[in-house]
Design a protein around this ligand. Structure first.
Ligand SMILES: Nc1ncnc2c1ncn2[C@@H]1O[C@H](COP(=O)(O)OP(=O)(O)OP(=O)(O)O)[C@@H](O)[C@H]1O
Ligand SMILES: [Mg+2]
Length: 234
């Protein structure tokens, strides 16, 4: 069973993410302080914490889009630090993010948005089409597949963001409030989809205020941020 561990070099060999002495400040405001933790390969992690506690900040550091103030993070074989940024085109093949505010392209249709990472990975047109068809079906987006994203509802946009992030079957999926705009039925469905990917080897970190989602996943790890540090809740 996957579990969180801290500073244990024997267990760290199984870690897909290792965080060493990580600090993050926005100006003088301390967000993360001296974090040391490791996340085992294949785990399903829930990250909770009050609003403004630093969940999105932490995920953005793991996604190599925000350089930490100090410390180092290893994600798979990539090293992230104040002055280390992995080669992004290679890193994105391994790590994908579902953004809290979606970050989908308004002028692009649903299909075009989902296609972006598949194009970046050089997948053939025929295979792109196949994967898109499956994702449209699974995420119940077939009816709006050609609609420009600006016209979508919040829940539809959220599902496009999810489809786009999972389209390339990343090794690591960072999901920032992935069910925040969805009703209970769709939230359950999304957790089922994420669990399916997890069972096939994807390590998943979900930042959320809805900790009841934990009951929908086998052997979850629950981390929480408060006072700039991360603790495991057992
Ligand atoms: N680019 C930035 N510049 C300055 N301050 C920032 C920046 N991004 C975030 N912050 C601040 O850092 C703190 C942590 O923000 P973050 O978005 O990580 O919180 P969160 O835990 O994800 O909150 P929520 O649950 O509301 O999504 C907040 O006080 C926020 O205002
Ligand atoms: Mg957030």
């Amino acid at each position: 069973m996957a579990r969180l561990f801290k500073n244990n070099s024997m267990e760290a060999a199984n870690a897909i993410i290792e965080v060493n002495n990580l600090y993050h400040y926005f100006g003088k405001k301390k967000i993360l302080e001296k974090l040391n933790l490791a996340i085992p390969k294949g785990s399903f992690v829930f990250l909770t914490g009050s609003t403004g506690s630093g969940k999105s900040t932490f995920l953005k550091i793991l996604h190599a889009e925000l350089a930490p103030t100090a410390g180092l993070v290893r994600v798979e074989n990539f090293v992230i630090g104040p002055k280390n940024k992995p080669k992004i085109h290679l890193f994105r093949r391994c790590v994908q993010m579902i953004y809290q505010d979606f970050e989908i392209l308004d002028d692009y249709s649903v299909k075009q948005n989902i296609e972006i990472p598949l194009r970046c990975m050089g997948i053939s047109k025929k295979n792109r089409q196949k994967r898109i068809e499956v994702l449209l079906k699974v995420l119940e987006l077939e009816e709006v597949k050609d609609t420009p994203s600006i016209f979508l509802s919040g829940g539809e946009k959220q599902r496009v963001a999810i489809a786009r992030a999972i389209s390339t079957s990343p090794k690591i999926l960072l999901a920032d409030e992935p069910t925040g705009n969805l009703d209970k039925r769709m939230a359950k469905r999304i957790m089922k989809i994420l669990s399916h990917f997890n069972k096939h080897g994807t390590t998943i970190i979900v930042a959320t205020h809805s900790i009841e989602l934990k009951s929908l996943v086998e052997n979850p790890i629950h981390l929480t941020i408060s006072d700039s540090t991360i603790q495991e809740i057992k």
